[in-house]
Design a binder for this molecule. Sequence first.
Ligand SMILES: NC(=O)c1ccc[n+]([C@@H]2O[C@H](COP(=O)([O-])OP(=O)(O)OC[C@H]3O[C@@H](n4cnc5c(N)ncnc54)[C@H](OP(=O)(O)O)[C@@H]3O)[C@@H](O)[C@H]2O)c1
Length: 305
Amino acid sequence: MSHSKQPIVVFGATGQQGGSVAAALLKAGWPVVALVRDPTSARALTLRAAGVELVQGSYADTDAIRTAMRGAYGVFSVQQSSPSGGVTDEEEVRFGISIADLAVEAGIAHLVYSSGGAVSETPTGMGHFDSKMRIEAHIRTLPIRSTIIRPVAFVDMLVMPGFGLDTGHFSFFMHPDQSIQLLAVEDIGKFVEPIFADPERFADQTFEIASDSVTGEDLGCLFSEAAGRPIRYARFSDEVLQESPFLAGLTALIDQGPLAGNADLDALRKINPAMQSVREWLAGAGRAPFLKALGASGTWEYDRG
Ligand SMILES: NC(=O)c1ccc[n+]([C@@H]2O[C@H](COP(=O)([O-])OP(=O)(O)OC[C@H]3O[C@@H](n4cnc5c(N)ncnc54)[C@H](OP(=O)(O)O)[C@@H]3O)[C@@H](O)[C@H]2O)c1
């Protein structure tokens, strides 16, 4: 397709989602432009070495965003969120809306916005989901072809300090027999590139993306298998949930359904046939961080939320 040779502007390209998207687009032959705050950072230099054109600027820098979008075909938009992303919910909304408006102004043909798995038209009461609901609603009013993806919880997050891999007692949000959908960050780009490559198929659609579904017990078995020693699974204790309203809010959203993941895995496999199970992730990109987490104690940074 001829448009596949026109540039895509990727926001957050030095981070998880944008990094995954930039890598998949480059692999498929798309020119990629990235807005980066620090073009001399190690991650920015790696992007440049891979062929990404860097434009220096922040989400608040509308002139830099206009420069990045000039002559581009598509935009991948993602913002950081509260509580750990260094922005307020209002800033996230402002940045998300501003990028979408600037995409319209620049005549961008296809905007892909990355929202969140628990987001719907009904507020959740949690700031970092309801901010995305407001950005989604704004994008739907705009005269631009758009696709909204809602990534579920990243499997990559499970190796963060504080979930207990180092102690042999892993804790997360679900009851042992309760399921949750998870997404390998590596797969995000492999869902997004086909969306840009086939715009008519995905125009004006909103859907969750995930790459596997597991119970807490499954996680215990998968982690034990990968570690070569027992890792027991339990839900966060009542004490932990009482101490952290943030964790308690997420746990309630798992119980109520929205955060457990509602992606159509069979349909997603047709978009990205290589999407990874947790077992595959643990044997691939997750192997090194998982082994590191087995020996790393610490506190999950969201504990302060
Ligand atoms: N964790 C999960 O399981 C999960 C699941 C679904 C959705 N989400 C959502 O994912 C989003 C975060 O995405 P991520 O994990 O890819 O983030 P990330 O890895 O923390 O990366 C953030 C990126 O945004 C850039 N950035 C931050 N502030 C900026 C600013 N003011 N101007 C320009 N660039 C800026 C950073 O660039 P620098 O190099 O300049 O720092 C970096 O490239 C959040 O909204 C979160 O709610 C998370």
